[in-house]
Design a protein around this ligand. Structure first.
Ligand code: GLN
Length: 456
């Protein structure tokens, strides 16, 4: 813990930690020491972690990267962070993220963006750590903590993991409780760990997961010992390569990474099969209807009364002006865009044409996966991202759709509620890390982690 606190002090330029909690960390670390001495030391005992700013942490600022939650200190602890602390984990502070987890580069954060510790060769251009869990990825990659929590609604764990050479797993929807995590799109949101290795991911996920009566979508299932399932034996496993993920204009380095990954799994005894997921091309538009729709509803609660920021009002302003001014000041442009898109697709005249249509297509996307799993496929191998990390400002200056295209390989997994993991498997010509994604059957994170372990 002390070593991490020192490293964090020297790493302000990365912008990874946005609220530091050194006193709390030292207190938790001595409590962990006492547990170790008493012979009661669970796996996470004394492990220094960073917590994404989206998690409500008791008495510690929890702003979801937004100005509208300025000054908000929750009275309660999210279930996931609470389980980690009960198991002895130490919190070093809160980690940077895109505002309300909306973004793929951490550039929508109210704190300013986190930076990727990696550089392109000798080029000094600052690169994005990805988003929305960019602070988590940057902190783990730069050794500021041993592990971090992330959340993934449309790739926000897996894409930053791929951009920073770290491991990130989004578990099956319902595996981790969403209670106490600021909601973005409730039918897609899942928490998961970001770590250096697959083994660490297995250990941390085991502590984060589990049934919680406070989240009605949390699954009442036993959490297996994921670490014990890491045998490295994947003989006879059937790995599918979906043709629809071979996009036009895909960089040759990503294609090579993908082919090399398939070879590695084949060498380890797996069978590699071509498969088809025919509705893949509709995934991005479907996601960018459903996620903003749910977000517009979830974000209605930020009214200047119950939480955080309230605008200064002028003489004669009424409650409408209070809402308008507070929300105009408190939400950044990307969040405002999502709220507008969301309310539009949910409005009476357009509901059927957009929201209901998107829900139907979502069912078809889910069925594509069910069909290949029913045909015997154990896991699906794809690239995690269409490129390696891009420069800060490079995409944000283009139109927002350019940024949305970054999520092309990741959003299908959220729409289908499946577990997906990003594993670092190579580097591009400039030495930047690149990752592959493995998608597994529902509730089979153990198998998925074991396949990832063979790829690592
Ligand atoms: N980049 C996606 C978005 O902006 C994913 C975000 C996420 O997974 N939280 O919606």
């Amino acid at each position: 813990t002390q070593a991490c606190l020192t490293a964090i002090e020297g790493a302000d330029a990365l912008g990874a930690f946005v609220h530091k909690t050194p006193e709390l960390a030292l207190e938790q670390a001595s409590a962990a020491d006492a547990r170790i001495k008493a012979g009661d030391a669970p796996d996470m005992c004394g492990i220094p972690m960073g917590i994404k700013d989206l998690f409500c942490t008791k008495g510690v600022a929890s702003q979801a990267g937004s100005r509208i939650l300025e000054g908000f200190k929750p009275e309660y602890e999210s279930t996931v962070s609470g389980q980690l602390f009960d198991a002895g984990a130490v919190m070093l502070g809160k980690l940077n993220m895109d505002e309300f987890a909306m973004g793929s580069s951490n550039e929508t954060s109210c704190y300013g963006n986190a930076v990727n510790p990696w550089r392109r060769g000798n080029d000094d251009t600052a690169l994005t750590p990805g988003g929305s869990s960019g602070g988590s990825a940057s902190a783990v990659a730069a050794d500021l903590c041993l592990a971090a929590t992330g959340t993934d609604t449309g790739g926000s764990i897996r894409q930053p993991a791929a951009f920073t050479g770290t491991v990130g797993i989004k578990p099956t929807y319902g595996r981790c409780s969403r209670w106490g995590i600021v909601a973005f799109a409730s039918s897609l949101d899942q928490a998961g760990p970001m770590t250096k290795t697959v083994r660490d991911a297995a250990i941390v996920l085991g502590t984060m997961a589990g049934h919680d009566p406070k989240d009605s979508t949390s699954a009442d299932l036993q959490v297996p010992d994921f670490e014990a399932m890491l045998t490295g034996d994947i003989k006879g496993k059937k790995i599918g390569i979906p043709s629809e993920y071979r996009m036009d204009g895909m960089p040759s380095e990503i294609e090579k990474l993908w082919a090399d990954g398939a070879d590695m799994l084949r060498d380890a005894g797996a069978e590699i099969l071509d498969i088809s997921l025919p509705h893949t091309k509709y995934a991005l538009p479907t996601y960018y209807v459903i996620a903003p729709a749910e977000a517009s509803s979830n974000l209605a609660r930020y009214d200047g009364v119950r939480y955080g920021h309230r605008a200064t009002l002028a003489q004669g302003d009424g409650i409408t002006e209070m809402y308008e001014k507070t929300r105009a000041e408190g939400f950044g442009p990307e969040v405002q865009r999502r709220v507008m898109v969301g309310t539009y697709v949910l409005s009476a005249g357009f509901y059927d044409a957009y929201y209901n249509r998107a829900r139907k297509v979502r069912t078809l996307i889910k069925k594509d996966f069910e069909d290949v799993f029913a045909a015997g496929i154990d896991a699906i191998l794809t690239p995690a991202t269409p490129s390696s990390a891009f420069g800060l400002g490079e995409m944000a200056e283009a139109d927002p759709v350019q940024m949305y295209l970054n999520d092309v390989f990741t959003v299908t997994v959220n729409l289908a509620g499946l577990p997906g993991i990003s594993v670092p498997t190579g580097q591009d010509k400039q030495g930047l890390p690149m990752g592959l994604q493995l998608i597994g059957r529902p509730w089979e994170e153990g198998d998925l982690l074991n396949t990832a372990y063979a790829l690592e």
